[in-house]
Design a protein around this ligand. Sequence first.
Ligand code: GLA
Ligand code: ZN
Length: 689
Amino acid sequence: MKKFDPISSKLPVLMHGADYNPDQWLHDPSILDEDLRLMKLANVNVVAIGIFAWSALEPEEGVFTFEWLDTMLDRLAANGIYAWIATPSGARPAWMSEKYPEVLRVEKNRVRNLHGMRHNHCFTSPVYREKTLIMNQKLAERYSNHPAIVGWHISNEFGGECHCDYCQEAFRGWLKKKYGTLENLNRAWWASFWSHTYTSWSQVESPAPHGESMVHGQNLDWRRFVSDQTIDFYLHEEAPLKAVNPDLPCTANFMDWFEGLDYHRFAEVVDVISWDAYPTWHRERSDAHVAAWFSFNHDLFRSLKNKPFMLMESTPSLTNWQPMSKLKKPGMHRLSSLQAIAHGSDTVQYFQWRKSRGSSEKFHGAVVDHAGHENTRVFADVADIGKTLAGLTDVIGTVPAVDTAILCDWDNRWAVKDAQGPRNSGIHYEETVLQHYRAMWELGIPTDIVSSNSDFSKYKLLILPMAYLLREETGAAIDRFVQNGGTLVTTFWSGIVGDSDLCHLGGFPGPLRKTLGIWAEEIEGLYDEESNQLSMNASSSSSWFQGTFEIKELAERIHTEGADVLAVYGDDFYKGEPALTEHAHGKGKAYYLAARVEDPAFYRAFYQKLTQDAGVRPAIETELPEGVTVQIRSDETHDYLFVLNFSGREEALKLDSASYEDVETKEVVSGTLALPQYGVRILKRPTRA
Ligand code: GLA
Ligand code: ZN
């Protein structure tokens, strides 16, 4: 695999550091001196600075106080520490909200918020845009060529929506651009239903709890608009930065599979993907479930630009906003940090460097605790992983070779959850995706998470979990993928609606009916306590695994139209009808799973068989113990394997016959690899043919 360049040529090593908020400590210069000493002890080489510093940078309108930041950056540079410099728009000063109330958000109920919190601003407000422009211009002029700066951290965790008059007008403009005429809009939204037909653009508004909320096409377009408007605001912030130094990379820190913004679209405009990961470890003895979810997210964030990404935030110990604040058990900090690297992160960064003394995050984990010194377990863990990262420079810029992709569109996710369909008390879209992903994780098969606009031709196996919203053109591209020899897996409740949430006519799964060789006639939701069974068809080819697996929540009645039946329902009036089918189509094969199978063993067996048939290789040719995964990054000469043990127990992994070296100890390893509880081993072998 070709290597990508390091994220910054100034700092061509794995970055290790934290959000740094010296603006909270300006009254005590001794703290800032101590920070620099401690950063070096913690093996920190980068910080993200100024994220919520607007009040410290512009305490009064038009009065700018950059001196403290000048000093800070100079001192960081003098100490060999680099910085992602933030634009401070994630929160704004009180003077701004007081003088210009239009910068504050209006909620769905059309009530304007008071000053407070963060992310509480309108992305359309001309005043807010003007103020961010002035600030960003000044920051860019002053710091773009500072030796410490490696890139821009734009705002913080973009999210949320505003329903003010400016936003309503912008929404109408967005709709006019999309639909051209009201007639088109009314048709796309099926507005004749309940007499919702619009006769003037001025009647169109955002969805509201006390107004319109039942027009699915409108809800969907509103979410798309919010996403586009946020991206537009990002571009507005970025323009003055790029104008001064176009070479500095810009990023916006994303959140785990955040529902509110279409990151596939957002990814197109950022230079490097960064995200904030806060796993809730230690809920159960085995952390496999949580680990698989975070692995899915790491894969998603790598796939967004198909290149290495940044772990911008993680906690060095615990969070304080989740229901329970658990300490990371010994080993978990290293395991969790290297999990990110294993999936393609080129950084491990934390929130935050030093614990705040007051306010809502005063008990959130930080590298430096209130005790103020380096003699803590957390500090030692941080320093230790810093040392490990310093020895892993070879993996920078590498990604895995990937044959498997899971299709996950944001608009599908929005639409399927808004659908008022078979299971309003929990359609469990994300859980469905994770069931399929989890099998890949357990098998150690590298996986991309892709969108409808991706190039499917580079994959051997494509998985569509609950692809409810499926455009004709996506269906056509997927059909070509199968005809050309690809293997496709599609589940129940797929191919139901098109772009504006209008049902496909002529039989589900709409654009994939011919590809899959089935017709889905009807679907039902099962109560939580109900179940059915999927029984593998003993008469189907002997190469298939056998067994009966529990079905929960959703079951679809389908008819074959050319497909073979691999499994049938075990119960209810549709007992004996197809539940899993296989269709030979062109040079490829298309599988349809008609019900939500509960048992992970089913997915494991199913994908083991499918990946073998399709020539998809796991990272290592061996059986992985439960709770252990192996992830891979490759360059032209070597594969780097990360063996990650989330089982909560000691494990042993039988290596295959390739020749492996332990990257940290440089020892040759073969036979059985010992994995301590929460252990990680990093191995390297010559790139596989
Ligand atoms: C988010 C924010 C940080 C901080 C952390 C706490 O990720 O970006 O500012 O609030 O959460 O976990
Ligand atoms: Zn607004």
